[in-house]
Design a binder for this molecule. Sequence first.
Ligand code: CMP
Length: 160
Amino acid sequence: MFAATPNPTNLNRRMERTLAIIKPDAVAAGHAGKIIDRILAEGFAIRAMKLVQLTRAEAEGFYAVHAARPFFGELTTFMSSAPCIPLVLEREGAVATWREVIGATNPADAAEGTIRKQFATSMGENAVHGSDSPANGVKEGRYFFPEHVIVANGADVIDA
Ligand code: CMP
């Protein structure tokens, strides 16, 4: 007899993806394990994950939308300074749920119980990233992972 389907709740539903990054500050401080535990406790399926040190050019490409902002240099220097962990996360309402779990960009504004409240030290070194829309969730996931290495598990993913 075949084993049970690993995650039957994901089948035949319109799932969302978000790209999470455990940023260099959180990896260096040893918080990655706790953050991954939280991801799973919040009901996300991890569809792809890797440890990688970005080049400056890769960080600039990922954050290209912020290229004209005054903090762009600081942001891309930081993001390429040490290893980070990008993850493709999937669940219903993934984008809004992950943004709620991580909290406000500035840890001073982050609510109690959020990851940034717990682990972020500044606006720049703010522990984690999350996509801002379902379309960007898919696009940002593809920035780090070709589609064939994302473990899709049959889900019908919202990508627009
Ligand atoms: P993130 O969610 O990864 O998206 C863009 C990042 O830019 C953001 O998290 C912050 O880390 C960073 N950022 C935004 N505003 C500032 C700022 N004023 N100074 C430094 N970094 C910033």
